[in-house]
Ligand binder design. Sequence first.
Ligand SMILES: [Zn+2]
Length: 112
Amino acid sequence: MHEMAIAEGILDIAKEQAAREQSGRVTKIGLLVGEMAGVEEDALRFCFSALVKGTLAEGAALSVARVPLVGRCAACGHEQAIEKYNFICPKCGGGLAVISGRELRVEYLEMD
Ligand SMILES: [Zn+2]
């Protein structure tokens, strides 16, 4: 389960940002998580809520935005959502390269 490591990374970012802005409390954390990032949202929430106890992010809301998996054809430039791991371009039969859906990052933080 790598969600604990991810939760630790998120908490580190929140701590750094809070220190930079001289804030005492993080109230909300917005995450961007790609469909192919391999993150179990429930597991991440569970790890995060356990991890933040006693920190400045205790009680912070975790807002998770899922990013769909989208590919672009290297041959013709066609873009489309990738479903069922079908990476073949429907227009020309070329290969689709993933352009979004692997994201895993903190998009924003809200602090008091
Ligand atoms: Zn194509």
